[in-house]
Design a protein around this ligand. Structure first.
Ligand code: DX5
Ligand code: ZN
Length: 226
């Protein structure tokens, strides 16, 4: 499958959002990634339902909602989840993961499980039937502008093998954190499919969003090397 791009909206310029959206649309970005934080599971706050509703009115690009909150089951109804959206919840945040994934599926969205750098991919062996994608955090979640944890590349490759070995070749691997031009090539080699691009690879100081997206596409267009 071809590599896809998900724009990390916490890195957008909110004072120039309409133009940012135009460029994202022109570059045919596949998803808009919303990092939802609660100041508890992760030590930060970012985007919320109001700004998401306003953005929804301006674009048809599906949303990719990354819930970095304790007890996501209690907070999901704040978000206007729509058919075709990606919605990921962290393995570390809920007791009843399977029930929650089923609920996301019933809403018409694509369920995903996110795992922190310290969480082994084998933790989610039993719920593979319930997910369309696995989000591998390649930094500790909470902040943009961090450096990729080096063993992440190995973890992506291990996850790819794990999925093939268990008979799930169609579950996509999403990567989030320091997806730069250089890192994205290696992530793709290792088996990544959806690339969350923020300050390191899309919303950059020295390049337009459109040009960065074109460059990023070149970096992730090849087949996996594993
Ligand atoms: C971490 C965030 C970041 C960010 C991506 O919680 O999800 O991964 O938006 O952007 P950069 O490129 O700054 O890591
Ligand atoms: Zn994210």
């Amino acid at each position: 499958m071809a590599g896809e791009l998900s724009a990390s909206m916490m890195c957008a310029n909110f004072l120039d959002l309409q133009n940012n959206l135009k460029e994202l649309q022109a570059a045919e970005i596949e998803y808009l990634h919303f990092d939802i934080m609660d100041g508890q599971f992760v030590p930060n706050y970012t985007l919320g339902p109001c700004v998401m509703d306003q953005i929804r009115e301006q674009t048809d690009i599906p949303f990719d909602i990354h819930l970095m909150v304790e007890r996501p089951e209690d907070k999901m109804n704040f978000f206007n989840i729509q058919q075709g959206d990606l919605v990921s919840v962290h393995y570390e945040t809920t007791y009843h993961l399977q029930r929650l994934l089923e609920r996301i599926r019933k809403m018409g969205a694509c369920p995903g499980v996110a795992i922190n750098p310290a969480t082994p991919v084998t933790s989610i062996t039993e719920i593979l039937d319930d997910v369309d994608f696995i989000l591998i955090m390649t930094v500790n979640p909470g902040f943009a502008g961090q450096k990729m944890i080096p063993y992440s590349l190995n973890k992506i490759a291990k996850t790819k093998w794990f999925l093939l070995d268990h008979g799930y070749p169609n579950i996509k691997i999403q990567v989030d954190g320091n997806v730069s031009f250089e890192n994205s090539r290696h992530m793709r080699d290792a088996g990544a499919d959806i690339f969350v691009v923020g300050s390191s690879g899309l919303f950059m100081k020295n390049m337009t969003i459109y040009n960065a997206a074109m460059e990023m596409r070149k970096c992730i267009s090849h087949e996996y090397k594993i």
